[in-house]
Design a protein around this ligand. Sequence first.
Ligand SMILES: [Fe+2]
Length: 287
Amino acid sequence: MSLIKFKPLHDEFGARVTGVDLSAALADEDVAAIRDAMDEYSVLCFSDQQMTDDAHLAFTKNLGEPEPNHVIFGATGEVNYFGTIGNVIDAENKKGNSDPHTRYQSGNNLWHSDSSFRLVPAKFTINHAYEVPDEGGVTEFASQRLAYAQLPETMQSTIDALHVLHDYVFSRSRVAPVDPNHAASLPPIEHKLVRTNPSNGRKNFYIGSHARSIIGLSGIESRQLIDDLLECATKPEDVYAHQWQVGDTVIWDNRCLMHRGLGYDADRWRRLMRQTRVSGDSPTLSE
Ligand SMILES: [Fe+2]
């Protein structure tokens, strides 16, 4: 009998999950419960998990097709399903605040949706925390589904018909240089501005730091609309802030959430998280 339980973390989205060991082979009913809960809650937090890379990848495959890491693939052509977040080099050494890698990762401190610059963007991200800073390092989540539901109906129907360009080089080159091969592998991608969850029909807009412009609007109108939607989605009372603990596994739904890191002092603290992503099902224009 399944012992899995979901307890809401926030009035509108997010749940803490108990009664499941993600490092073990999961029963079909638990996998189904987690998939259903992702459609409902958008972000799930599991504590005290005894994770390994092998278990992490096996769990990822339960939820869909793993997405190759675009940074490694774009630069070298190698397929690797993991990303490493943080500043750890080995048991004794870490990278500080001035290290280029730390600066590159600071791009994650802007509100974004993972892989939104891909033709088929990531559906889910799965992060596991192995080492966490004593201070800082919080990840915040904001729901573009909740924000869409709060918009006046006239605004909803206006944006329903629009398309948005997401562009990795636009967003990241403002933070740190992008490898030329990597940049060439990621041209700007046109998405629907409003996406619909295929399981429950709930709608959300789809922006974040990679959203460069709205197709057909002038530069200033386009920027204003993206900024207004961002402000609507990230009102402090509508944000869930996750303070990481060692052993936390967190899954989030990139189709409808944005997230951002709040940063930490890399000169002072160590941080090590491993990350996989689950590919989306199709380009958003054919959803
Ligand atoms: Fe991210």
